[in-house]
Design a protein around this ligand. Structure first.
Ligand code: KIV
Ligand code: ZN
Length: 401
């Protein structure tokens, strides 16, 4: 495989829709600038018809953020499409994203529409959106639970009406990677579309498979994936942008595809989102969690200090971190203790190292993690929990700066 996968970021739309992640207009603008620095291809700035505040945020991002295509979501109605077009007016490059449920569940219980009416609505509303923008995306909401023949028809109608991107959402995060791969392979063969119209995947994480499913879609021929920073989004979230991008980047050998993302901006974008939403990703979150490049266990610390690649498959600098972290705790070993002490100006060798290590372990057992300030206190024999007699024996042998 060769080529580029477009990164469509929906942090400000699907991400913001999730409880606990709502953002102020200023916060959305700050995040949109961070996404532009990340060099995403498309920023879905919001859902202009959803509220006056959302309209204003989309309009400000359209006017003030340079670089990416700016997009607004719209239901398949004239009012929503007109609101999206008005909010996007100032954007040099704009996209209207029209969606309509296509699965039997959505047709019968949510839309109360016949299959024929759904197809007609797709055709007329995508054509209407094209009157307002050259770049129109159509999403068949709940595509995964839509009958295959009906999905092929719906997407073919959208493409004929002028959609330039055909998005296939796994709205409820139900699919497996094998199913997604097979689905995209068959849609590529069956959907009638003009040259240049691309397929997109929009995967939710209800079963923890959003990233794997997005990558399976890419293997099946999708050339856009819809992602959110820190994986935020409805319920369990969307495909995490940083995971999918770093998987494509780190495993170029497996995928043979690139993205336009400046990966060194990943941490900055993640931290901007945490600040704007006041919610941090879990410590063990891939790529951006506090533990993603941290090592506490002695065997791992020894390996990483000897050769980083023993326990790291990515360079911390590539995601915008200054370095990895050797964290001192009760699982840490002498190599890490001596290395941190050296950074702080202390040389620990031989018996002095043995004594300091024993004192350090006693403290770590009590407090968990030992930061530099606490380590200095240990080395100076003043940390609470440092056994005084043990320390009295060792401190003379430690050469302080
Ligand atoms: O999950 C979904 O189906 C969506 C669409 C609106 C694209 O978010
Ligand atoms: Zn979604």
């Amino acid at each position: 495989m060769t080529g580029t996968v477009r990164i469509f970021d929906t942090t400000l739309r699907d991400g913001e829709q999730a409880p606990g992640f709502s953002m102020t207009e200023a916060g959305k603008l700050a995040m949109a600038h961070a996404l532009a620095r990340l060099n995403v291809d498309v920023v879905e700035a919001g859902f202009a018809a959803a509220s006056p505040g959302d309209f204003r945020a989309v309009a400000r991002i359209a006017a003030e953020v340079d670089g990416p295509v700016i997009c607004s979501l719209a239901r398949a109605t004239r009012g929503d499409i007109e609101a999206a077009a008005a909010a996007l007016e100032a954007a040099p490059r704009k996209r209207i994203h029209v969606f309509l449920g296509t699965s039997p569940l959505h047709r019968e219980h949510k839309l109360n529409m016949s299959p024929q009416a759904v197809l007609e609505r797709i055709g007329t509303m995508v054509a209407f959106a094209r009157e307002h923008a050259e770049d129109v995306e159509f999403s068949a909401e709940d595509a995964i639970r839509t009958e295959r023949g009906f999905l092929v028809e719906a997407l073919s109608i959208a493409a004929r009406a002028g959609a330039t991107t055909l998005n296939v959402p796994d709205t409820v995060g139900y699919a497996t990677p094998e199913e997604i791969y097979e689905l995209f392979c068959s849609l590529r063969k069956q959907v009638e579309r003009p040259r240049g119209v691309i397929f997109s995947a929009h995967c939710h994480d209800d079963l923890g498979m959003a990233v794997a499913n997005s990558l399976a879609a890419v293997r099946g021929g999708a050339r856009q994936i819809e992602c959110a920073v820190n994986g935020i989004g409805e319920r369990a979230g969307n495909c995490a942008l940083e995971d999918a991008v770093m998987a494509l980047h780190t495993r170029r050998d497996a995928f043979g595809l690139t993205t336009g993302i400046d990966t060194r901006q990943i941490m900055a974008a993640s931290r901007t989102l945490s600040q704007v939403t006041n919610t941090h990703p879990p410590r063990n979150k891939a790529i951006v969690g506090a533990n993603a490049f941290a090592h506490e266990a002695g065997i791992h610390q020894h390996g990483v200090l000897a050769k980083r690649e023993t326990y790291e498959i990515m360079k911390p600098e590539d995601v915008g971190l200054a370095s990895n972290a050797i964290v001192l705790g009760k699982h840490s070993g002498k190599h890490a203790l001596a290395a941190r002490a050296r950074e702080l100006g202390w040389t620990l060798e031989g018996e002095a190292l043995e004594q300091a290590f024993a004192a350090f372990k006693a403290v770590a057992d009590e407090v968990g993690l030992v930061d530099s300030a606490r380590l200095i206190a240990i080395l100076e024999g003043e940390a609470e929990g440092t056994p005084a007699n043990l320390w009295a024996l060792s401190r003379l042998e430690i050469r302080a700066p």
